[in-house]
Design a protein around this ligand. Structure first.
Ligand code: PLP
Length: 410
């Protein structure tokens, strides 16, 4: 059994948590949107910028070599963190959105054609919807989405029926950012593969909370963003099986991704992973993401999930006493997400009143409009927990919500 997290001690590593908002101590409950950064991550970026900034892969000089070593070492950290077989299967991207667009534009254009189906789910973030719609429009394919049950689980019957139609791709979210639903990535992958579909998993909300092993899951592509996992913004990861990545055309052209360039004879491309990394990458971001993942691993993924489940359970218990409370997504507390609407109030008003009490939650559609349509609501209030949140903060959040509702109801 892993050791329980000491949230109070962890907080000391996050300078931002000392600040006040609207004269009240900050209670930051917006981790599904982005997490705060520990000193180790901030320092890793600073160290690079202060002492060994140089471009990677291009120089024989000492600084360039030091930067390249740190950059490639971070890639190896990612490889081990998600259980990829080889580090060249780990491609740096600008984020999860960028990674999905890469797959859509490179793998998608080569494998999806007129009349084909791309299967997604109704609980996808727009990042895992729009790139597929754009591709479908271009090539004459169409996008179908698996229904979501009232409790926020995937509708298995609908999934089986839609897989039986033979989609080329099944792209689904590992953990829903709005519902907190944890999908069984391995079982879904097996099911999709049995139906002949290639599998892409959006792991943005899984990597910060649980152990992920892409080889065990068996998926073809897995993506996540650095900034939700206590790392920097502007950096993300695409994992792909080597055979698939090798067969894919580069998406963006430029420096870093070539073997040789000739006006007369055209261009030949670099091998993996560089052929997908055109231009100067986000070097400090990659290095600091490696630090963030090691830092997170040091806490123990079991301990992270236990802690966040405890916070989410306490929040639900406290909020349940509010008349007219409707939780959206009730299958799991594992991802530390509590989403809700309250009869007679608008999520935006609740969010604004919570902010006035120093509590940062997200309100709105959370980039999951099809899900909002499914539930017939304009948006939700979403509290999402991180490793340094405390039970006391949960109580502050619940009390602030009770107060906000009282104010709105007059
Ligand atoms: N997928 C999920 C489930 C998300 O929650 C998010 C961000 O909220 C994204 C994709 C997009 O991530 P990014 O904006 O970092 O590319």
């Amino acid at each position: 059994m892993s050791k329980a997290l000491d949230a109070a001690a962890l907080r000391l590593q996050f300078p931002i948590l000392n600040r006040e908002v609207n004269g009240k101590p900050l209670v930051y409950l917006d981790h599904a949107a982005s997490s705060q950064k520990p000193i180790a991550v901030i320092e890793a970026q600073r160290e690079y910028l202060m002492h060994y900034h140089a471009n990677v892969h291009r120089g024989v000089h000492a600084l360039s070599q030091q930067a390249t070593d740190a950059f490639e070492n971070a890639r190896t950290i990612v490889q081990h963190h998600i259980g990829a077989e080889e580090s060249c299967e780990t491609i740096w991207t600008g984020g999860a959105t960028d990674a999905i667009n890469l797959v859509a534009q490179s793998w998608g254009r080569a494998h999806i054609g007129a009349g084909d189906t791309i299967l997604i789910t109704k609980m996808e973030h727009h990042a895992n919807i729009v790139p597929w719609q754009m591709l479908a429009e271009e090539v004459g394919a169409h996008v179908e989405a698996v229904e979501v049950l009232e409790n926020g689980a995937l509708d298995e019957e609908d999934l089986a029926a839609k897989l039986a139609k033979g989609p080329r791709l099944f792209a689904f979210v590992h953990v829903s950012n709005t519902l907190g639903t944890v999908n069984d990535a391995k079982a879904l992958t097996e099911q999709a593969h049995a139906a002949g579909a290639t599998v892409l998993i959006d792991g943005c909300q899984a990597v910060p909370h649980m152990d992920v092993d892409v080889q065990d899951v068996g998926c073809d592509f897995y993506i996540f963003s650095g900034h939700k996992v206590y790392g920097p913004t502007g950096i993300g990861v695409l994992y792909g099986k080597r055979m698939l990545l090798e067969a894919m055309r580069p998406w963006r052209g430029g420096g870093e991704m070539i073997d040789a360039v000739s006006i007369e004879n055209g261009t030949t491309y670099a091998g993996l992973p560089h052929k997908f990394e055109a231009g100067t990458p986000h070097i400090s971001g990659a290095i600091a993401l490696g630090v963030a993942l090691n830092w997170l691993k040091g806490l123990g993924a079991g301990a992270v999930m236990d802690h966040e489940m405890m916070l989410a359970a306490q929040a639900r218990k406290g909020l349940s006493s509010i008349e007219g409370m409707r939780f959206i997504g009730t299958t799991s507390e594992a991802a530390g997400v509590v989403s809700f609407v309250i009869e007679g109030t608008h999520p935006y008003d609740i969010g604004t009143l919570l902010d006035s009490q120093g509590v940062a939650v997200r309100t709105g559609h959370h980039c999951t409009q099809p899900l909002m349509e499914r539930y017939g609501i304009p948006g939700t209030v979403r509290a999402s927990f991180g490793v340094y949140n405390t039970l006391q903060e949960v109580d502050t959040f619940v009390a602030a919500t009770v107060k906000a509702v009282r104010m709105l109801r007059g």
